[in-house]
Ligand binder design. Sequence first.
Ligand SMILES: [Zn+2]
Length: 427
Amino acid sequence: MLILIPTAAAGRFRTAGSWGRLSLRISRPDGLAVVSGISERTEGAVLSVDPAELGNRLLAGCDPVSTGYWYRAAGELHAHWYQVRARRGTSLPLDIFKSAVPSGFKAPGSSGYAAITYTPAVQDEFPESGLPDLLAWHVTRTDARPLDASVEPEVTGIRQLQHHWPVEELQSARVMLVGAGSIGSATAHALAGYGIGHLTLVDPDRLLWHNLVRHTSSRKQIGRAKVTALAEELALLRPDTAVTPLALDVIEHADRIRALLTDTDIVVCAADGVAARRVTGHLARRAGRTAVLACVLQDGAVGEVLRLRPWTQHGCLSCRRESLAEAGGLDPEPALDAGYGTGTRHRPMTAVGPDLHLVAHLAAKTVVATLLERVGHPDQRLPGEHALLALRRQPGWAAPFDLDRTGELRWLPATPPRPGCPTCESP
Ligand SMILES: [Zn+2]
């Protein structure tokens, strides 16, 4: 049996005196219980420690059962818990348990009861032992057996990492993500996982059955706007990221997107339409924002992440494609450029979901590294502006697409703008 001890319950054990009664919500098939109420000493009824929004809580459907006691105990008892736990099948003689409970032990009936012990002095008595101050037992007429217990930490979510990761900088960052399909959905999850504080999702499409094989959303979201489905999932999974879902088309609603860019630090485009990629790159450059474009080329053989910075010597998407073609590089998918303005789509859907998600995670990494380098983390500098990731080997292809090992990652530098480019030249 695992007993979950939510923050509210842990707080009461730590302040409520020396002993009291305990109530749990229990699911026997799951071998799981959660503390739902405690009393303080002998006084009064068991007080609920259930959270206000009980409906979202695990075991909310199980009724609370008044089931045992909690005790303030000597720190030594928790050292015993670990020793007994390590020797499977053994238990602690009841006399030892009783002597560690100075407030007065309550005798169990024939089936025993669950007990939680709180040892405020455990860190003084066993410094650096890592012994927890709250543990659980099953107490019978002859012995006490360790039960698993897990205390909800006071801090959960991205702030748990703040001694290892620049949480504050990323929590204040605002990222716009255009495209909430297979690459886009995984990019959104990865950006939230890195701790981006504000995410604006732009995609007009709805989630349909054929999307499920590559998308992060589940069947229960079929028919909803992809951005709404993603916003809902992220609210549950990554509540530190505020998500604004906009069921808009970046081309059709370019004016609205342009207006939002003033309040955006960086734009990611994971849309699979050629025009959507161009428009995103164009709007971002005009707004002085960096755009990161992610897609797969070559029938899913190569993942590509392009970072387009609005810098004098950095050309836009069209300029880079033209420079590559001129240098003899094989255009990986002519349709990618040929379709500009005609609605032609290239064919990324030949890749499987996890390959697309690899590209998505590389795109998210590129976004986060760009933001962090900008605010003074030189260790986040990337090797280049244009990443090619071999999802399948490509021997015999023209450079720079001649990746001959699956998993190979190649970074290329920026190419300069071309004369007369309508995106790169000043309006
Ligand atoms: Zn250009």
